[in-house]
Design a protein around this ligand. Structure first.
Ligand code: SF4
Length: 259
């Protein structure tokens, strides 16, 4: 969070000025850039609000609910998103996650996703579509980035792989929008996801639904819903590298392959 310091009447302070014993003058170029970046930061929740208002108006004048392809990473993350968005859209949950290791874990997560859809009440119909589970596609996509930390360049490639397939499916199926439940995680950067989603939406010719589902206590609500439905909540992101990098998790999974 940027803060104001004495001498900075017009600009928010950059990291250097914030740490400095002697506040700098308001013409510090880095302060200007930092302040502008903060002011230009997009608010994806507000953008989603505007889209939902437009959908609501269209429904009031007799329009059918728009169709949304929701890429889902797991049942706990999609629980809040489904509760929130099913009032506006006819949703198809698209489960495409070739990153998940091992296959038994994949099976567990997909079964929980289906169970949740079967048990939750929805205002509009919610359907389920499973993508191909081909772990080799993930390993190819992240080749050379195996040792990147979680949240780094490997994750960006992983997001791109999953969102590309979601965009392709959404365009082929004539959906009005597509999006992902991934932004609900406090560990996932909504800027990266929305930038990728928009780029791939342009490429495939389908509208990306901007969102940052961790806002408005979305993550907290997903925990409540997980408890309510007794959902399995995994303790690692999904890929073999996210297990390997945490020795406590790796201890529970002794047969992790070395890459
Ligand atoms: S840590 Fe998660 S987001 Fe990153 S590459 Fe692994 S599965 Fe994908």
């Amino acid at each position: 969070m940027l803060a104001r310091k004495p001498g900075h009447r017009r600009y928010l302070t950059c990291g250097d000025c914030r740490m400095s014993e002697k506040p700098q003058v308001s013409s510090c170029e880095r302060c200007v850039a930092a302040g502008e970046a903060q002011m230009n930061k997009r608010n994806y929740q507000k953008e989603l609000d505007r889209t939902l208002d437009a959908v609501k108006r269209s429904r009031l004048s007799g329009g059918a609910p728009p169709r949304l392809l929701l890429h889902a990473c797991c049942a706990p993350c999609s629980s809040y998103v489904l509760e929130y968005l099913s009032a506006y859209f006819e949703i198809t949950v698209f489960y495409y996650n070739p990153n998940i290791y091992p296959p038994q874990e994949y099976g567990k997560r997909v079964a929980e996703e289906k169970r949740l859809i079967g048990e939750m009440p929805f205002d509009n119909p919610v359907h389920f579509l499973e993508g191909a589970y081909v772990p080799e596609d993930f390993y190819q996509a992240v080749k050379g980035l195996e040792n990147e930390p979680e949240g780094g360049a490997r994750c960006r490639k992983c997001f791109r792989l999953r969102l590309s397939e979601a965009a392709r499916q959404a365009a082929a199926g004539g959906y009005d929008y597509y999006t992902t439940s991934l932004s609900i995680s406090p560990l996932k950067d909504a800027d990266v996801l929305n930038e990728l989603g928009e780029e791939l939406g342009r490429e495939y010719g389908v509208m990306w639904l901007n969102s940052d589902f961790k806002k408005r206590d979305g993550y907290k609500r997903s925990i409540q819903l997980s408890e309510q439905y007794g959902l399995y909540r995994q303790n690692y992101c999904g890929c073999v590298f996210s297990v390997r990098d945490d020795s406590r998790k790796a201890a529970d999974m002794p047969d992790i392959p070395t890459m």
